[in-house]
Design a protein around this ligand. Structure first.
Ligand code: 48H
Length: 254
């Protein structure tokens, strides 16, 4: 019995990992924007895997604001809440409040149900770079990084990579730092996030959701981090709409 339980887990995990060695889209970060992007791509029949360094995907959405576990979403993103079957309550005529645990778990559930393979506890440490194009991810166990163990990584090949790493826009920074290239931003570099300005930030999150280098797209907070725009606090419509937009951009390209 003990052996069956262990063997079952090992066999099915390694089958899943092996089947994901080459995917259409590899997403870094399991925050709301990455999860929404993953869902819409998978729903479109596209092969998607998502890598999250923490034990639980969901990023910054679980905690609402200051651990008050409620978030705000504006009218423009209500169709995405409806798509995920998420319940919301009107607060004004255009802003809605939502239980953040309910919302986050729904994003994870529907992404996996649509066929997204989520790999948690895995950190992206680099990309694969061929012929001036990003074409995969270099992955390792998150605890390996945390313990500073000198252990070599494995590689996932992908037709498109999404940086959904939030405020730090880690993938974009790594690509820029290591490859002597210009990104598709005003300065050609990662411009860094600005202070809070809610309406402006919500608008630019969507505008800045784009391909910033061949094969590399940004979504969510990373979009504003890369393009030097503002933060917005615990309103999440921009994150959801950004995930929807990046999925649309990639689906049109594949
Ligand atoms: C694997 C990684 C790596 C890596 C990071 O921060 P997130 O929730 O991302 P978004 O952009 O979908 O949502 C942002 C939102 O949560 C937020 O912070 C807002 C709205 N802030 C406004 C404000 O003013 O503060 O999730 C990113 C995820 C996290 O779970 C990270 O652990 C993960 O990416 N991650 N995973 N490898 N190298 N880097």
């Amino acid at each position: 019995m003990e052996q069956i339980v262990s063997a079952g887990i090992i066999d099915s995990y390694f089958r899943k990992l092996k089947e994901s060695l080459s995917v259409d889209v590899a997403i870094v970060g399991g925050g709301p924007s990455g999860l929404v992007a993953a869902y819409y791509l998978a729903k479109n029949g596209i092969k998607v895997s998502l890598y999250e360094r923490k034990l639980a995907p969901g990023g910054g959405m679980w905690g609402g604001a200051m651990m008050f576990n409620e978030i705000v979403v504006q009218q423009e993103a209500i169709h995405i809440l409806n798509e995920f079957g998420i319940d919301y309550k009107p607060y004004t005529d255009v802003y809605y409040t939502i239980d953040s645990v309910h919302a986050t778990s729904a994003l994870i559930y529907h992404a996996t149900k649509a066929g997204v393979k989520i790999f948690n506890c895995i950190s992206i440490e680099d990309v694969v770079f061929h012929n001036n194009k990003v074409c995969g991810l270099v992955i390792n166990w998150a605890p390996v990084h945390r313990e500073h163990l000198h252990v070599d990584p494995l590689v996932i090949m992908a037709k498109a990579v999404i940086d959904g790493t939030g405020h730090d826009c880690e993938v974009a920074r790594t690509v820029e730092r290591k490859n002597n290239i210009r990104l598709n931003t005003e300065t050609g570099a990662v411009m860094g996030e600005r202070s809070m300005s809610v309406e402006e930030a919500e608008r630019t999150t969507i505008e800045n959701t784009k391909e910033i280098f061949p094969g590399l797209f940004v979504t969510g907070m990373a979009s504003n981090g890369v393009s030097g725009s503002y933060r917005m606090g615990p309103i999440f419509g921009g994150m959801l709409l950004s995930g929807e937009k990046v999925a649309r951009l990639i689906a049109a390209q594949l």
